[in-house]
Write a protein that binds this ligand. Structure first.
Ligand SMILES: Cc1ncc(COP(=O)(O)O)c(C=O)c1O
Length: 287
């Protein structure tokens, strides 16, 4: 199977575990920050007749690159591979239709861009493919057609994956968070977050010693902005932003990076983005 080297541990560890348990072989590709075609090509080059699964982050966690998921879905279909999307950074940030993308499965966390409670999430599996996925975790409610002689037929649809007693309050909280975003509007959320990202990119790219890693082209980015100060650790920049200006931005140390990521959602303001730029202006003066 194939995934990108920037995959978040939430997306990569389940596969690393399967290397141990089932001898699954993985290959990774470095995301191309410059072009959608580049990413498609890097995946295509890794594929062989033995490739069974392709997985990408819809939007990569370290630097916020939007992957060409529709084209990847097409490629996967042509080659008879399963295509799974790790959507932890896309649901609630950008609008999309899973039907239009054409992926086989998609998963997202409820507590991130959707603004829902922790320990909630959503798994989508294409209707006609549900029966191809055998549940790994089962319990009460997975089946109502079983016996102790070995019969075990799961309930229809994706409900079979919702085993045992659930925390209904959390699920209701997630539904409410989604409703709240629908009142604002998915396009408005995406456009607002991306416009704050553009403001950050414009300010940060003027600074000496600061390099923005997130693509500037709108079609390749969403509402995240990742930058580095080469030669300076992410912890040091993080500490400066927090202690001097009360800005808590995520240090990114995955894949050998020493970067800072700023995520701009509906509750962030242009003034906060300007504060990040002012704070970084002060920081680079001290170097
Ligand atoms: C792309 C991606 N996948 C997975 C995760 C993990 O999400 P969770 O902790 O909800 O499993 C994250 C978290 O930041 C992420 O960015």
């Amino acid at each position: 199977m194939i995934f990108e080297s920037h995959a978040h541990p939430g997306g990569s560890l389940p596969w690393l575990n399967l290397i141990r348990q089932e001898g699954v072989k993985i290959k990774t590709f470095e995301p191309d920050p410059h072009s959608a075609e580049g990413n498609l090509q890097r995946i295509a080059e890794l594929m062989t007749s033995r490739t069974r699964v392709i997985q990408v982050s819809h939007i990569t966690a370290p630097t916020g690159i939007v992957m060409p998921v529709k084209a990847i879905a097409q490629l996967a279909r042509e080659k008879g591979c399963w295509f799974h999307i790790d959507g932890a950074q896309s649901a609630g940030m950008i609008p999309f239709s899973l039907r239009e993308i054409g992926c086989d499965s998609y998963a997202t966390s409820g507590h991130k861009w959707l603004g829902g409670p922790r320990e909630t999430g959503v798994l989508f599996i294409k209707e006609e493919k549900v029966d191809l996925v055998s549940p790994r975790h089962v319990g009460s409610y997975s089946s109502n057609d079983f016996d102790f002689e070995g019969k075990l037929n799961f309930v229809g649809g994706t409900r079979r994956f919702e085993y045992a007693t659930r925390n209904v309050a959390s699920v209701a909280g997630l539904a409410e968070a989604v409703r709240f975003q629908e009142v604002i509007g998915r396009d408005r959320i995406a456009d607002y977050g991306a416009s704050l990202g553009a403001r950050l990119q414009e300010g940060l790219s003027q600074l000496p010693r600061v390099t923005v890693l997130t693509p500037s082209r709108r079609e390749l980015r969403g509402s995240m902005t990742t930058f580095i100060v080469p030669g300076v650790t992410a912890d040091r920049v993080f500490g400066h932003l927090l202690k001097n200006d009360g800005l808590r931005c995520r240090p990114v140390t995955e894949d050998g990076l020493q970067a800072i990521r700023v995520s701009t959602h509906v509750f962030n303001t242009a003034e906060e983005c300007d504060r990040v730029v002012r704070s970084m202006t002060e920081f680079v003066r001290t170097l």
